[in-house]
Write a protein that binds this ligand. Structure first.
Ligand SMILES: *[C@@H]1O[C@H](CO)[C@@H](O)[C@H](O)[C@H]1NC(C)=O
Ligand SMILES: *[C@@H]1O[C@H](CO)[C@@H](O)[C@H](O)[C@H]1NC(C)=O
Ligand SMILES: *[C@@H]1O[C@H](CO)[C@@H](O)[C@H](O)[C@H]1NC(C)=O
Ligand SMILES: *[C@@H]1O[C@H](CO)[C@@H](O)[C@H](O)[C@H]1NC(C)=O
Length: 709
């Protein structure tokens, strides 16, 4: 039996030995990746942990760590933080942090910074900020970690706040700092701050740092000052692929597609190889200005540099060819083995759906390995575009059964569908869905809900919803409310809405046509005049549609002089405007004016349509101009290739019969290219009674009898 005292001595010695090793270890902790001189237990522990991590068992790894009260080498913590961060394993990160803080008396700063970083990667800003605030000491890395955490989570305001505290505390900003902060500027459109930052970048001697300089280009672009972005770009000595990508993308987003393409052609003259996204953005740019030739060239170039089979590029090429109506080329790219991905499926389906080839679109949709929300949307939009309401409704039912992939576009589409088929029940369901899923804070969705209630005749609900969305409503919302009231002939209400609208927003020119129509319906001449005056005073560009509404309004309110003045002053005229004027004159009893207008129309080179002829024929009846009427009727098919409609035949019968041109009437009705209708025959019989024409009377009554049998 060994002496218990000796055992105690041995234990104490072992312990001291262990402590010495530990002290040594913490000094070499940073490069302890290979775990050279660890005591067996720690070394075994570390190996076990790393083995678990290697096969992805993070929670196991961390719980093993917790079975030990010995601090591990810093590199293990660092490793674990990094891996847990990329896996968004928030519970494990919290455990790691607590282990680190509990068992390491003063944990190294860089590890705490790593912890902040990994919290940021998990979107747990609260944990990150708590740790940051509790740190007794912070270095530049801590600030950067916190800034990056905010910036990664799009918390621009917080980034900018933190950055200003940092500057106040005299911490000098590094490249990483600037990159995070610059990344945030574009979001809140802080142009002023961007310029300050630009100054700081220069002051801190980061001139020539292509990353920061490209960030500045990006920020200026995002802030909407593309010319400043371009100036910055021009200052970059050796722009790299990112710099080019940024400037091209910003031109595209600023709606200057041709300049984007121009920059791309400059780029390919340098030795920098474009990224897949750059090529794809340039293709988008070419479609934005109908640059088919440019698009073809970029396609050729992408083949040359071998990016045409890239997922982004090939799907954009498919959209491009589809947009230019070349579905065969689009299909050829789609059929390449490499481009069967979800994106290109969506592009191809959209190409078919937009051109009404719904069967082909649906075939591809059904064949997709996994339907994305975009593909559901383009398919549904395709049905709606082609007015296939039944199919669209069926598709919505299918969607409800088989997918949870719904976004605000889907919600809007279904709302539009409800409005189109006047299915207010469906609309209410979507409204409920939008409410539960917080889409109602989306202005587009809210406006679509408003539009749906308005179109589905549920004006009470429309008004209630309009009130609910008062925190975000815009011009479009006002217009929708106004239009729905005007269309339901609630003209007085529409006027009240217009008055309220003026207090909140400036009406768009589309509002006026709606309003003027409402005025015409209730013969509200004074209001109509006021609106006309308002438009002139406020410098609205009065377009052809509004002019039409003005002509109608004045004609209906029997102020034909004003109608004619508007008509004569119109910057341009089309057949619709002429038709309004012709019927206005007729309505106001100036029945000879339409003939003049008809001549003027021919002189202006505007082709009359069936409505025009109805107008002039009515005028002929009114003025008793039988010969002229016959000429018009003949002109219709001989000169203008218009097939006369039933209404035109009726008018001709009226024209002959009114003034007793009975022989002409007989000839006309007996030679109709169709069997005369009952109402035509009744008219003929009336005229025969008035003007005593036996033969025709007999024929007409025989015809009536034949119709009856
Ligand atoms: C596009 O950008 C170029 C260069 O900045 C400019 O000259 C051109 O006017 C812009 N075009 C449009 C339509 O904005
Ligand atoms: C774009 O190119 C990069 C680098 O070549 C590649 O990693 C990435 O997967 C590509 N993106 C797509 C969507 O194809
Ligand atoms: C829904 O309809 C409105 C007009 O009724 C239209 O402006 C809008 O673009 C449509 N939205 C969708 C997603 O089709
Ligand atoms: C005029 O012709 C078009 C096309 O043929 C037709 O859709 C329309 O209903 C016609 N209008 C009238 C008033 O007959």
């Amino acid at each position: 039996m060994p002496d218990p005292f000796i055992i105690i001595i041995i234990v104490v010695l072992l312990n001291q030995f262990y402590m010495a090793i530990r002290a040594h270890l913490s000094s070499v902790a940073k490069n302890a990746d290979r775990l050279p001189d660890l005591p067996i237990s720690t070394k075994a522990l570390a190996t076990t942990i790393l083995n678990h991590v290697r096969v992805g068992r993070l929670s196991k790894a961390v719980s093993i760590l917790f079975s030990s009260e010995i601090p591990l080498p810093a590199s293990i913590y660092a490793n674990l933080f990094r891996i847990c961060g990329s896996n968004k394993a928030i519970i494990e990160i919290r455990k790691l942090e607590s282990h680190l803080i509990t068992f390491t008396p003063s944990p190294p700063l860089f590890l705490l910074n790593r912890a902040i970083e990994s919290y940021g990667k998990c979107n747990c800003l609260k944990d990150a900020r708590e740790l940051f605030d509790e740190m007794p000491r912070r270095d530049g890395g801590s600030w950067n970690a916190m800034l990056t955490a905010y910036s990664r989570n799009d918390r621009s305001e917080d980034v900018l706040d933190l950055f200003s505290s940092m500057i106040k505390e005299g911490i000098s900003a590094s490249e990483v700092t600037f990159a995070s902060v610059l990344g945030s500027c574009g979001h809140v459109l802080e142009l002023w701050l961007s310029k300050q930052l630009h100054g700081l970048v220069l002051k801190h001697g980061f001139v020539g740092n292509v990353i920061l300089e490209s960030s500045l280009v990006d920020v200026y672009g995002k802030c909407g000052v593309v010319c400043d972005a371009r100036r910055m770009f021009n200052e970059i000595e050796n722009p790299n692929d990112v710099s080019w990508n940024v400037i091209i993308r910003r031109y595209l987003e600023a709606g200057n597609g041709s300049e984007a393409v121009n920059m791309f052609s400059k780029m390919i003259k340098t030795s920098v190889k474009p990224m897949n996204h750059t090529v794809s953005n340039t293709i988008l740019a070419s479609t934005s200005f109908n640059g088919f030739r440019e698009g073809l060239q970029i396609h050729g170039y992408s083949i040359k540099i071998n990016v045409d089979e890239d997922e982004v590029v090939s799907s954009t090429l498919i959209s491009m060819y589809a947009k230019f109506g070349d579905l065969d080329s689009a299909r050829r790219i789609f059929d390449m083995p490499c481009s069967k991905n979800l994106r290109s499926y969506a592009s191809m389906i959209s190409g078919y759906a937009v051109t009404g080839k719904l069967t082909e679109a649906r075939k591809l949709f059904d064949e997709m390995p996994e339907q994305t929300v975009v593909s559901w949307n383009v398919m549904l939009a395709g049905y709606m575009r082609s007015f296939k309401w039944d199919k669209a409704l069926e598709f919505v039912v299918l969607m409800r059964k088989s997918t949870k992939c719904i976004d605000h576009v889907t919600v809007r589409l279904i709302l539009n569908l409800s409005a189109a088929i006047l299915d207010v029940e469906l609309g209410k369901q979507v409204h409920g869905y939008a409410y539960r899923h917080s889409y109602y804070n989306n202005l587009f969705v809210s406006n679509a809900i408003l539009d749906m209630y308005g179109k589905c005749d549920n004006l009470v609900r429309a008004r209630r919803w309009f009130h609910v969305m008062s925190h975000l409503r815009d011009k479009v919302s006002w217009n929708a409310l106004l239009t729905s009231h005007a269309q339901h002939r609630l003209s007085e209400e529409a006027m009240v809405i217009f008055g309220n609208m003026l207090g909140e927003t400036k009406p768009s020119k589309f509002t006026f046509a709606t309003l003027l129509t409402a005025c015409a319906n209730i013969f509200a001449l004074e209001l109509g005049k006021q609106i006309h005056g308002y438009m002139i005073r406020n410098g609205y560009d009065i377009d052809i549609v509004t002019n039409g509404a003005l002509v109608d309004m004045y004609s209906k309110c029997r102020l034909i002089v004003y109608s004619l003045r508007v008509f004569n002053n119109a910057a341009s005229r089309d057949v619709v405007l002429y038709n309004s004027m012709i019927s206005g004159c007729f309505y106001n009893g100036i029945a000879c004016k339409p003939f003049e207008l008809f001549e003027a129309m021919e002189k202006e080179g505007i082709k009359p349509d069936n409505t025009t002829f109805q107008g002039v024929l009515r005028a002929c009846i009114c003025e008793g101009r039988v010969e002229l009427g016959r000429q018009y009727f003949e002109l219709m098919s001989d000169k203008f290739c218009l097939v006369p409609h039933m209404e035109h035949y009726q008018l001709m019968i009226e024209l002959y019969g009114q003034i007793g041109y009975m022989d002409e009437l007989e000839l006309f009705v007996k030679n109709l290219p169709f069997t005369p209708t009952a109402s035509m025959l009744t008219k003929v019989l009336d005229f025969c009674g008035n003007f005593k024409h036996r033969r025709l009377e007999k024929w007409a009554s025989d015809q009536v009898n034949e119709l009856d049998t």
